[in-house]
Design a protein around this ligand. Sequence first.
Ligand code: GAP
Length: 441
Amino acid sequence: MNEQGAPPAGADDLMEKVVNLCKRRGFIFPSAEIYGGFRSTYDYGPLGVNMLRNVKNAWWRAMVQLRDDVVGIDAAILSSPKIWEASGHLATFTDPLVDCRNCHERWRADKIGDSCPNCGSTDLTEPRAFNLMFKTHAGPIEDEGAVAYLRPETAQGMFVNFANVLQTIRKKPPFGIAQVGKSFRNEITPQNFVFRTREFEQMEMEYFVPPGEADTWFAYWVEERSRWYRELGIPDDKLRVRHHSAEELSHYSSGTADVEFLFPWGWDELEGIANRTDYDLKAHAALSGERLEYFDQSTGERYVPYVIEPAAGATRTMMAFLLAAYDEDEVGGESRTVLHLDHRLAPYQVAVLPLSKNDALVPLSRQVLSALQPLVMCDFDVTQSIGRRYRRQDEVGTPLCVTVDFDSLEDKAVTIRDRDTTGQVRVPIDALPEEIGTRLV
Ligand code: GAP
């Protein structure tokens, strides 16, 4: 059970404002809205898809691109049920479910008190284990032999490909395998917008280490992963690390620390970093009959590596970045809403804005847009007054606006306006790509 801190003042308000902004500005829509929505599922709109991609790219850059000890894979979502038998998910991936005998709603016993949150009745059934795996059938015959499951975590893709990766990339422990992709859990009570949903995206890395080095690498990854959130704009007072108690540990873990964010409802998990020991490799080796171990040719030693796993949620993390970035301030006596998003996460890095709709400005504005599009994600907006358009860009977190005005036609220069300071500078168009590059580092 998570330790819930007291919600900060105005928290509900903040949540409501961010959820509204997400809908109004095209970040996140309730799925199948024209049919009244569908069971807490969400669709990512034109801005949300850019931002979610940026979150995943920032993770991939830190975890794979900037390292020589981690490689990526992209494993199947539907695969052999043997995977889930070996991993323990079929037997133990459950939450405690209770029924309210009065209104017949169902709840997660560990998330409610003694009474039904819907009707207040205390007439609840005894908790029973509810498996969170989504079951389906692969192929045209719906019998037991065709049963398959949507993956509830990306992690197992790394374990079942351990030998393939080892053979093809010639790494030795410590080394990691990373994956970003969708996971599915039949959550009893999805809640808090995209915080807990049945379909979500994970960013996970399995770091294989000599068993004797597991504690050191565990501490390393807790530190490294906390730094990642801070560097991308989560303030220190909204981020903490919480070590699990023994009762809280998952069936595979000998130690877990959560990186937590101060959500509007209190502290809650963004990412879990676990010492999975040799649990998974040994379990898959036992069921498959394959050898899943590392042979060190230099020492003649053969061992099953331990695994340190930083496991983050992309969709949940995107929500945390939005909550942390949301702000309301005053500019020139007018109130504005602004997302102080790190430029690497913002849906657009630059908005190109012709000062007016006047036809004379369009060709040069489009020329500026074409020069910047290969470098960064750009918006192009010609509607409404320039002041309104600045506000619109502030509200979606665009760090820089580039304004093309009538002087631009003569002096071949444009104005760059900064989202956070609202300061403006005049820059020659020829120097614009370089100027944008230095501002967005
Ligand atoms: N492989 C280990 C694992 O899956 P987890 O703590 O169950 O560990 C890792 O999941 C992360 O995935 C969580 O910290 C969270 O960010 C995200 N996550 C898990 N369940 C989720 C859900 N129902 N909705 C959104 N994100 C979820």
